[in-house]
Design a protein around this ligand. Structure first.
Ligand SMILES: O=P(O)(O)OC[C@H]1O[C@H](OP(=O)(O)OP(=O)(O)O)[C@H](O)[C@@H]1O
Ligand code: HPA
Ligand SMILES: [Mg+2]
Length: 159
């Protein structure tokens, strides 16, 4: 779908699994880490995949909510975490504007911040990521979609 937020970029479960494993592969040489801090909710699935690959069993959460579907609002910090993050790995699904990442970095300045996807505006705030997509792309994660009829491309264009 194309709307004012740009083109949708759908990601399947398989692709997400493969890309999160690629992230774990990169992170393996940057550790060892004490544990993972998952940024809910989007970071939960990638964090589970990375935790499995890096054999990390200590997993905590920072809970932040900024978007209502594609509409950005104020960042609500629902749950923080103590300490400066030294030795910890923070995992989120993506950085977009970098608003969430900035809050998390201020909260845990010594942690390593990693995401599966990055858009250019947020990229400088991430230590490690795998796939960059353009700023006007909207990533559709597999947990946000269901299988449904898709109109042929020509019909969508009204031909
Ligand atoms: O770089 P930003 O512009 O801050 O956008 C990225 C953040 O937005 C999304 O979270 P959201 O607030 O939608 O909450 P959710 O993870 O619970 O879906 C996504 O999971 C990132 O955490
Ligand atoms: O591109 C995105 N996809 C899903 N959630 C998001 N939250 C901020 N940007 C995005
Ligand atoms: Mg999130």
């Amino acid at each position: 779908m194309v709307d004012e937020k740009g083109m949708d970029f759908p990601v399947s479960w398989d692709e997400l699994h493969r890309t999160a494993r690629a992230l774990a592969y990169r992170l393996d040489s940057l550790g060892p880490f004490k544990g993972i801090v998952a940024i809910t909710r989007g970071g939960l699935v990638p964090a589970a995949i990375v935790a499995r690959e890096l054999e990390l069993r200590l997993v905590d959460t920072v809970c932040i909510s900024t978007y209502d579907h594609k509409d950005m609002g104020e960042a609500n910090i629902l749950k923080g975490i103590d300490g400066d993050g030294e030795g910890w790995l923070i995992i989120d699904d993506l950085v977009d504007t970098g608003k969430t990442a900035k809050i998390v970095r201020e909260m845990l300045p010594k942690a390593h911040f990693a995401t599966v996807f990055a858009k250019p505006a947020g990229r400088p705030l991430v230590d490690t990521f795998v796939t960059e997509v353009s700023q006007d792309t909207w990533i559709l994660f597999p947990w946000d979609v269901e299988l449904a009829y898709a109109q042929p491309i020509r019909a969508r264009k009204g031909k």
